[in-house]
Design a binder for this molecule. Structure first.
Ligand SMILES: Nc1ncnc2c1ncn2[C@@H]1O[C@H](COP(=O)(O)OP(=O)(O)OP(=O)(O)O)[C@@H](O)[C@H]1O
Ligand SMILES: [Mg+2]
Length: 258
């Protein structure tokens, strides 16, 4: 059965996009088929895995004014990885929050789109959703449409306090909308394992969230920036680099949980 996982953190720059890009590549390496949904108007995943322009259709057409009955099948773009497809974002998506504000069931629009395209979605083992750095309507839609959320974290105090807000938001969605979305896990990114601060943050997080914290952490490395800049995953650019092995390990952990 298809598992839908949103990568969420209201904090910017913690590695949501990088993790979606690289976990998708690692899942494909494990022979899983993946659909990425880029729900971030910044369109960073789209920049790495596709080359659409702002005139092309995007997730915006699925969510708002879907008068042409745009389907997932017609919108999806293939990527250079055989088993990975993408529903692209573009800058129009930045107005979606306003455009959706007065719609009925405005927090469940993506969930209903996936339901209405169930035949197309069921071809994928995993759907990974890249979210923008906020807990606004686009992110709420992503969470509501997902079975799980994955939360990339930095080893700093703001990230750890932000985690409480995120878990409270999820609890509210579970109570108000009877959402079944649960936390698949937290994982640290851009890590230097020699740093005391990282080890303290890891221990603190492990104490508070023993079930949710992933063992695998993603090492900091310039190979990630190089991969993002050249439109590929790090496992293809530098197969033996530390973050490539880290993302492989994290993906194996993820597949055991979901
Ligand atoms: N393991 C890593 N080592 C070094 N640099 C990294 C690593 N992971 C991510 N980065 C870099 O950090 C920056 C932020 O990463 P990314 O865009 O994935 O974060 P994000 O959470 O998606 O950001 P936003 O909240 O803006 O969407 C990027 O420049 C990326 O190349
Ligand atoms: Mg991003």
């Amino acid at each position: 059965m298809t598992k839908t996982i949103s990568f969420v953190n209201q904090k910017g720059g913690v590695g949501k996009t990088t993790s979606v890009i690289n976990i998708a590549a690692c899942l494909a390496e494990q022979n899983a088929s993946v659909l990425i949904i880029d729900m971030d108007p910044q369109g960073n995943t789209t920049q790495v895995y596709s080359n659409i322009t702002d005139d092309d259709d995007s997730v915006y057409n699925l969510l708002v004014n879907n008068t042409n009955n745009t389907s997932i099948n017609s919108l999806k773009k293939s990527t250079y990885i055989n088993n990975v497809d993408l529903l692209p974002s573009n800058v129009l998506l930045s107005s979606a929050e306003l455009d959706l504000a007065n719609k009925e069931n405005r927090e469940s629009i993506l969930k209903n789109v996936l339901k209405n395209n169930q035949k197309d979605c069921s071809k994928y083992d995993y759907i990974l959703v890249d979210c923008q750095p906020s807990l606004g309507l686009l992110t709420i839609n992503s969470i509501m449409a997902s079975d799980y959320i994955m939360v990339p974290l930095h080893a700093d105090i703001f990230s750890l306090t932000g985690l409480d807000l995120l878990t409270q938001t999820l609890s509210k969605l579970q109570t108000i909308f009877e959402s079944n979305t649960t936390i698949l896990g937290f994982f640290f990114t851009q890590v230097n394992k020699k740093e005391t601060l990282f080890n303290e943050a890891y221990e603190l997080c492990l104490e508070t969230y023993p079930k949710e914290l992933f063992k695998s952490c993603i090492t900091t490395s310039t190979s990630i920036d190089q991969a993002n800049a050249t439109g590929q995953s790090v496992i293809h650019l530098s197969p033996q680099a530390n973050p490539s092995n880290d993302y492989r390990e994290l993906t194996i952990e993820l597949m055991k949980k979901a």
